[in-house]
Design a binder for this molecule. Structure first.
Ligand SMILES: [Zn+2]
Length: 697
């Protein structure tokens, strides 16, 4: 299966609006280029080799291809080709075959299917010729559309033929490939993999790429690119070809991106192990994509200029060359690569900013999980890729938190050594959660199953709000009792409070036990304990730890909209458009100010004076102090009856409401945001207060 990267979140996060626990998406299919010297080339005998030559014209969108599948003995395959193409010929070892008649549905499109039985001995060469018309590039596809499976698309502005779209006779299992692409002279193509050769003259441009490690499909990108290159020297005489394939409108960013890509490649090469590819290319896309591919990333032109993309997002995609594309997750037992990448790229960057920035990111993982309906989360060993919010809260957030907890248990140095071992033994291969656990256990010298197994195979999260804390008779320890037995064993960070004095410590929690003993440092009895105020454990947030966010209302299915101010048609249309852009619900019902007491989710849009009046009537709806100096437009989240989400939108006039249309939908992860002249000038989440549980006398 392919890893495909998501886009939306990336774009949102890029706008500085979400806590981007995880921004990319799943995407990564394509080729690995030649392995670095320290990574043994693995050429599994049973992996088919695809040698392919394609030619297409982005103007007419006509594509012609021919491919030879060299299939080892004993390998049965089912190839499929999108119905938009005509299969002109099929032959086996040079002998023509009748054209296949079988079809199958693949997503929304029909496929023609070529079933290939295993040959008892000797390799066979299956040859195919096909041609057809690619879909026009649909520039209206938004981030939601990009998450779905896309057809192969072409236009003079850019072409994208993703693995899995049936643009060549393909299968989802690993292959080796060598691909030659012919295009008009003003176009350049890129396929993930080692650049074998390239040439351009008046008649056209040609480039040849090849994989050396098995990979699960072929992705082709093309466009009117200008190519910039820089060779990055690595220790041991190795080098990496860094390239940008940027269209003219973003070409000015090329040098910045080449520099930005070099730093994380050098760092991870030193800290984890040799960079596994010959090159790394950053490719601009006319679509709102953020896809990670082996040795490449495909990023929307519209967001390339945002600092976030060059920083956190690029760092995340670079690290996927180790975790995800270098060592591939064994899809049958869960994708561990998003969590490890999120911890070692996104979280590490936050930690470099400040401990509090890292704490806020970990909190956002727990906050995302708190939004998942109880009982609807799947275990980590079932996660493959982000397809909806619940999957992402587990596959990115919970997974990253597990690695964070393991690191706290065994220490940073041991954790890093274990990952170097894991890289050495698995580069170019697949690996499971159990392989990772074994690597950590070997270095730590102790079993970690009581943490790993329940975190990987279980669901839910425990509440770590203690029910009672009592002094032991001896007076040097406290007995802490929780509402439910602990699902896993780990060391929980605790802060002991006496007056204003805070003393950090840890509480050893044992799987299956409801109580634990806290040894009081220095023997002085504290007045209260706070459990995990740094958000370092996978747990349910306690009361006070979950201030409302704009997203709560934005995602509510049964939301209603109140327009709290009268106005002309222009005002009404602007309010309707904002609701449409901000809310997940397609047709939210209208409501009246008198419905404000109802325990249902509400979006309330009005002019400042009218929203102010509502806040005086119900203080829960009042504008937060952070927005005290009232901007042109302000949005904040609140809670109404029964905790029902409220999203208040308070604006100066129709013009300031229209200014919100484009930007406001990106601020779902915030609790409040204020805009002046269409730009956000203040945003944040409300106070996060971890409860202090008093020690019983
Ligand atoms: Zn990722």
């Amino acid at each position: 299966m392919a890893f495909v990267v998501l886009v939306v979140l990336l774009v949102l996060a890029a706008l500085g609006t979400m806590a981007p626990a995880s921004h990319d998406a799943r995407a990564a299919t394509g080729a690995l280029a030649s392995p670095a010297p320290a990574t043994a080339p693995l050429r599994a005998a049973a992996v088919p080799q695809v040698t392919m030559s394609v030619r297409f014209d982005p103007e007419t969108r006509l594509l012609q291809g021919e491919a030879t599948w060299t299939i080892p003995a004993g390998v049965a395959l089912e190839l499929s080709l999108d119905r938009r193409f005509n299969l002109d010929s099929v032959s086996v070892d040079g002998r023509p075959r009748p054209l296949p008649t079988g079809t199958a549905a693949a997503g929304s499109t029909a496929r023609q299917v070529i079933a290939i039985a295993a040959a008892p001995s000797g390799t066979r060469k299956w040859q195919f010729r096909w041609r057809g018309e690619l879909a026009p590039l649909d520039r209206t596809i938004d981030h939601r559309g990009v998450i779905a499976a896309l057809p192969p698309m072409a236009s003079p502005r850019g072409s994208y033929l993703p693995a899995g779209s049936g643009w060549y006779p393909e299968t989802g299992s690993p292959i080796h490939y060598r691909v030659s692409v012919d295009l008009p002279a003003n176009q350049r193509a890129i396929v993930p993999g080692r650049l074998v050769s390239e040439s351009t003259d008046a008649t056209g441009s040609r480039a040849v790429f090849e994989s050396q490690l098995p990979t699960e499909g072929i992705t082709l990108m093309a466009g009117p690119y200008r190519v910039d290159e820089r060779m990055l020297a690595l220790p041991g005489g190795r080098s990496v070809r860094l390239r940008t394939y940027f269209v003219e409108s973003v070409h000015a960013l090329a040098q910045d991106y080449l520099a930005a890509a070099a730093a994380p490649i050098e760092r991870h090469d030193r800290e984890i192990g040799p960079y596994p590819f010959d090159g790394f290319s950053i490719v601009s896309s006319p679509l709102p994509t953020g896809f990670g591919l082996p040795g490449a990333t495909y990023i929307g032109e519209a967001v390339l200029g945002l600092p976030f993309m060059r920083g956190q997002s690029l760092a995340h995609e670079v690290l996927h060359n180790w975790w995800g594309n270098g060592v591939r997750p064994d899809w049958r037992s869960g994708n561990w690569s998003e969590g490890l990448t999120t911890l070692m790229a996104d979280h590490a960057l936050r930690a470099a900013q400040s401990p509090d920035a890292a704490r806020l990111m970990r909190w956002s993982w727990l906050r995302d999980f708190a939004a998942v309906a109880p009982g609807s989360d799947a275990p980590l060993d079932r996660f493959t890729a982000r397809t909806h919010g619940a999957a992402s809260a587990v596959g990115y957030g919970k997974s990253a938190m597990l690695f964070h907890m393991v690191r706290a248990e065994i220490g940073e140095a041991t954790f890093d050594e274990a990952l170097r071992d894991f890289w050495r033994s698995h580069a170019g291969r697949t690996a499971t959660w159990q392989d990772l656990q074994a690597a950590f256990e070997r270095r730590a010298g102790r079993p970690l199953g009581a943490l790993f197994t329940p975190m990987v195979t279980g669901t839910g999260a425990p509440s770590l709000v203690a029910q009672s804390i009592r002094a032991q008779a001896a007076g040097t320890a406290l007995q802490v009792t929780f509402a439910e037995p602990m699902p896993y064993s780990f060391s929980l960070p605790v802060v002991a409070w006496t007056g204003t004095r805070a003393e950090p410590g840890t509480l050893d929690l044992r799987r299956g036990e409801r109580t634990a003993l806290y040894t009081v440092p220095g023997g002085r009895m504290p007045e209260a304990l706070q459990f995990d105020p740094g958000f370092s454990a996978w747990r349910r947030l306690g009361p006070g730890e979950s201030p409302p966010l704009l997203r709560d209302a934005m995602l509510a299915a049964d939301i209603r909209v109140i327009v709290a101010s009268d106005g002309d048609d222009g005002w009404k249309a602007a309010a309707g458009e904002l609701a449409k852009r901000m809310l997940e619900a397609q047709r939210p019902a209208a409501a009246r100010p008198s419905d404000l007491d109802a325990p249902v989710p509400l979006l309330v849009i009005g002019r400042h004076e009218d929203i102010e009046r509502l806040g005086r009537r119900d203080p829960r709806l009042a504008r937060p102090a952070a927005l005290a100096r009232l901007p042109d437009a302000a949005l904040w989240a609140a809670r109404g009856a029964n905790g029902a989400p409220r999203l208040l939108v308070s604006v100066e006039d129709t013009a300031s409401l229209i200014d919100l249309h484009r930007r406001a939908p990106h601020y779902g992860a915030q609790g409040h945001v204020g805009f002046r002249n269409g730009r956000a000038i203040v945003s944040g989440v409300g106070a996060i207060e971890t409860p202090r549980i008093p020690v019983s006398p």
